[in-house]
Design a protein around this ligand. Structure first.
Ligand code: ASP
Length: 358
């Protein structure tokens, strides 16, 4: 990890953590083809240098470059490092809040991860962690990164009576809970946030805010962060017309620990999967059912009664349900080591019942 020293680290400040992404990307021909670019090229210090003159006086900043990747290559060990870094920084009395610049492709996975491993901690400390990114590279004529970064820094520094501590995201002038992020468009400037319950960053919407408070009240205890090389192996499988039983049976003789089933409609899957899924459950493979539709709830025993032990994902999309299942499996393992008989279902159920915001 490269740590860029900053003048502000010895006084109260907002920490800006760089992870890479398009916000740090460069296009070879930005005027002709801004969408052909390489993500993760510019260091977070340089991103801040562009916006420094617009940062309101009184906000001191420090930076740290944790990675500079295209987030489609996000690894579990990097999530572990990010989670540990954020917990450590939140504990620092000089850190007022944290902004994370991140690629938008996998931002929803990082969003739910941070909510589940340090959402309660951030809330209890009254500090905000804000994820942001961009859809256009840093050298594109209409680059959206600078305004997103400024909005994120302002949001991270607003008083907690405006909006409680917790894990949020800011894009295209709007803010949402980071666990509600879902990138559902390839190029739109608001792609990661358009489908999420959100508020304008300028004027916080009271009904959104009351949804945030209800969700935060329901999230009582953070889950442990898995060690970098100890993340449970969980795959996402999508049901579709012509689905084959082999898509499931393939996994039965592997060391896979969980399967997230992205079903059609309300999360139902092809009948061809029924028999091999019963076999998977017998072998102790954790099963979670979600929907490939991209919006709405996946509820238990709807449209049919669930296989024994298979849980519905609630509001979680498939990528988010996968992270939640990995953390639940890890929490089960840690609980066993501590002599407690809690199962992954106990932990996952706490996540699947979290209310929708707004
Ligand atoms: N592929 C890029 C990434 O996720 C997209 C982005 O940053 O928006 O890093």
């Amino acid at each position: 990890m490269s740590t860029i020293p900053s003048l502000s680290e010895n006084s109260p400040h907002i920490l800006v953590l760089g992870m890479g992404g398009t916000i740090a990307g460069l296009a070879a021909s930005p005027n002709e083809n801004p969408l052909q670019y390489e993500a993760g090229q510019v260091e977070v210090d340089a991103l801040l240098a562009h916006v420094r003159s617009a940062i309101p006086t009184g906000i001191a900043l420090a930076t740290r470059q944790l990675a500079n990747i295209n987030s489609r290559n996000l690894s579990e060990s990097l999530l572990t490092r990010l989670g540990e870094e954020i917990r450590k920084e939140l504990a620092n009395p000089l850190v007022r809040g944290v902004v994370v610049t991140h690629g938008t492709d996998a931002i929803e996975e990082t969003g739910i991860f941070l909510q589940l491993v340090c959402g309660r901690y951030a809330q209890d400390l009254g500090k905000r962690v804000i994820l942001t990114g961009a859809m256009l590279p840093a050298n594109a004529p209409q680059a959206d990164g600078p305004s997103n970064l400024l909005d994120a820094i302002r949001w991270a520094s607003t008083p907690v009576d405006n909006c409680p501590g917790g894990i949020y995201a800011v894009m295209d002038g709007r803010g949402c809970m980071a666990m509600d992020l879902s990138k559902r468009h390839t190029t739109a400037l608001n792609a990661p946030i358009a489908a999420s319950p959100s508020s304008s960053v300028g004027l916080i919407n009271p009904s959104w805010l009351s949804g945030v408070k209800a969700l935060e009240a329901a999230w009582q205890e953070d889950l442990p962060i898995p060690k970098g090389d100890e993340w449970p192996w969980v795959e996402i499988l999508t049901s579709h017309s012509g689905a084959r039983s082999e898509t499931i049976s393939h996994w039965l003789d592997t060391r896979v620990q969980g399967l997230v089933l992205a079903g059609s409609g309300m999360g139902g899957f092809h009948d061809e999967w029924l028999k091999p899924l019963a076999g998977a459950a017998k072998r102790g493979i954790a099963l979670v059912r979600t929907s490939r539709t991209g919006a709405g709830l996946t509820l238990p025993n709807i449209p049919e009664k669930d296989l024994d032990g298979c849980l519905a994902s609630g509001k979680l999309s498939a990528p988010r349900a996968r992270i939640a299942l990995q953390l639940a499996l890890n929490a089960e393992k840690q609980a066993k080591l501590a002599g407690k008989s809690l199962t992954w279902q106990d932990f996952f159920a706490r996540i699947a019942v979290l209310p929708e915001v707004g």
